[in-house]
Design a protein around this ligand. Structure first.
Ligand code: FES
Length: 125
């Protein structure tokens, strides 16, 4: 695929209406074998499984709706465990099942960001 030139048309930006999924959620499940901390040490697998189950139970799963995926390190380990929701690129730090349930109900179902669970902007690796 050739790079666009200043005179060539740019591809249209992705929007929810043209995306295969309305929202796509990625959970970091990274586990480090060297003993360093990672999201896997903070019940990330449980959070991922809870989110998948709740999205499915709410009838939100599938094309045109929501997809929940595993991810490796997202390089925001200091805020872990983290999950990110696209297309809004909203980052969450969750603690327990009730946090996951709130993200599903508020953001994934009703489009309202859960402000209290936002990963602080300055937290990276
Ligand atoms: S280990 Fe989860 S963001 Fe890096």
């Amino acid at each position: 695929m050739s790079e666009p030139t200043p005179d060539s048309p740019r591809p249209a930006a992705a929007t929810p209406s043209t995306s295969y999924y309305e929202r796509h959620v990625f959970f970091c499940l990274n586990e480090r074998s060297n003993g360093e901390d990672s999201c896997a040490n903070h019940r990330a697998q449980e959070g991922f499984e809870r989110c998948k189950a709740q999205v499915k139970a709410a009838g939100l799963a599938g094309p045109g709706k929501v997809r929940v995926n595993k991810a490796g390190c997202l390089d925001r380990c200091a805020g872990g465990p983290v999950a990110v929701v696209y297309p809004e690129a909203v980052w969450y730090t969750y603690v327990d099942a009730s946090d996951i349930d709130e993200i599903v109900e508020s953001h994934l179902k009703n489009g309202q960001v859960v402000e209290r669970l936002l990963t602080p902007a300055h937290l990276g690796r």
